[in-house]
Design a protein around this ligand. Structure first.
Ligand code: NAD
Ligand code: IPM
Ligand code: MN
Length: 358
């Protein structure tokens, strides 16, 4: 039996509400499997911490995190602190310092969920977004000159390195080989005339090594539309940091809502801990109302369990989520009447039942 140390950062808004539900699922998973145990350390780093301490985490926060096997995070950001301060004070430094260069965001239309696209039904959608997670448009390079004056100048640089671009595109090609052998790359090489033609060049170059994978470059505007009109034509989709971010909210919406969408920030080398957090944010307007859909966070827990090496338990979690939704146990964002914890309770019961049958 292996024991893993997990840093848990519930964060802000509905983050703590969905994280505590997903931790109950993880506890059930560990006790059923008996192949692994999880030791949690809960870290209260969030916007409240910021208001008390003037920073989102302690000075040695990243050093503390470095020693964990994984980080399990809810959401960061609340109206009490400007978003660029809270996110650049915690979430984005974790992704970058731990070189979590792959942001994986899978999407499926699960049973019992009526997506907004009436033409598509359970099983029709199965895509995964591979988002570059350390550079691109989220460069932290630039500045504001003559701030607040009529002569203000603002520069935000995009940074695309050959190393960073090549490795994310290669990761996406490798992933496509394990799925339906199709890779779609988001570009904008018509309007953005340095970084995107470069991105396309690397896509073609790496693509030569994968003749068995069908490959296409689609401009981000057209691709955003295709996520709505023909999402069943998408398998693996690779994009820069910002393009991948935007596509993953559309991906969430077409799965029934962003509360459904799981995600993982992966450092494939395992030199640093990876971080597991859903696509959605802290949803400040629904806090404390038992309305938060826990499915995105629970499926994020499944991705963590898979990553730690227990895919059988990972599928137990996802099968139990599907079975729960099939029984119409779902939160109001999906048109249901269940509370956050009622959904989780059913998931846990089904995990126990399905495990007995294995
Ligand atoms: P959001 O994802 O929090 O909310 C968008 C919409 O989806 C809202 O209507 C919200 O109520 C709904 N929603 C989100 N998650 C839900 C869930 N689990 N169940 C039911 N409904 C859900 O995005 P936003 O409003 O742009 O951002 C709010 C805050 O969260 C901001 O501070 C933002 O910066 C932050 N944020 C953090 C993360 C993260 O930490 N990973 C991700 C996105 C946004
Ligand atoms: C996400 C979020 C973050 C991002 C924000 C909160 C910085 O939107 O994880 O998708 O843009 O990466
Ligand atoms: Mn986002």
């Amino acid at each position: 039996m292996r024991t893993f140390n997990i840093a848990v950062i519930p964060g802000d808004g509905i983050g703590p509400e969905v994280v505590s539900e997903a931790v109950r699922v993880l506890d059930t998973a560990a006790s059923l499997s008996q192949d692994f145990a999880l030791n949690y350390e809960i870290l209260d780093w969030n916007c409240t911490y910021y208001l008390q301490h003037g920073q989102m985490m302690p000075d040695n926060g990243l050093t503390i995190l470095q020693n964990f096997d994984a980080i399990f995070l809810g959401a960061i950001g609340f109206p009490t602190v400007p978003d660029h301060v809270s996110l650049w004070g915690l979430l984005l430094p974790i992704r970058r310092t731990f070189d979590q260069y792959v942001n994986l965001r899978p999407g499926q239309l699960l049973p019992g969920v009526d997506g907004p696209l009436r033409r598509f039904h359970t099983g029709d959608l199965d895509f995964i977004i591979v988002r570059e997670n350390t550079e691109g448009e989220y460069s932290n390079m630039g500045g504001r000159l003559r701030e607040g004056t009529e002569h203000e100048v603002v520069i935000q640089n995009n940074v695309f390195t050959r190393y960073g671009t090549e490795r994310i595109i290669r990761y996406a090609f490798e992933l496509a080989r394990t799925r339906r052998h199709k890779l779609t790359s988001a570009t904008k090489s018509n309007g953005i005339n340095f970084s995107m033609p470069f991105w396309d060049d690397i896509f073609h170059l790496v693509g030569k090594e994968y003749p068995d994978v069908t490959q296409e470059l689609v401009h981000i505007d057209a691709l955003a539309a295709r996520f709505i009109t023909d999402p069943d034509t998408l398998d693996v989709v690779v994009g820069s940091n910002l393009f991948g971010d935007i596509l993953s909210d559309i991906g969430g919406a077409i799965q029934g809502g962003i509360g459904m969408a799981p995600a993982a920030n992966i450092n494939p080398t395992k030199q640093y801990p990876s971080m597991f957090e859903p696509v959605h944010g802290s949803a400040p307007t629904i806090v404390g109302k038992h309305l938060a859909n826990p499915v995105g966070q629970i499926l994020t827990a499944k991705m963590m369990v898979d990553f730690l090496g227990f895919p059988e338990i990972g599928s137990l979690i996802s099968e139990s989520v599907s079975a729960t939704l099939s029984q119409e146990i779902k939160t109001p964002d999906l048109g249901g009447h269940a509370t956050t914890d009622q959904v989780t309770n059913t998931v846990i019961q089904l995990m126990q039942q399905l495990w007995k049958k294995r």
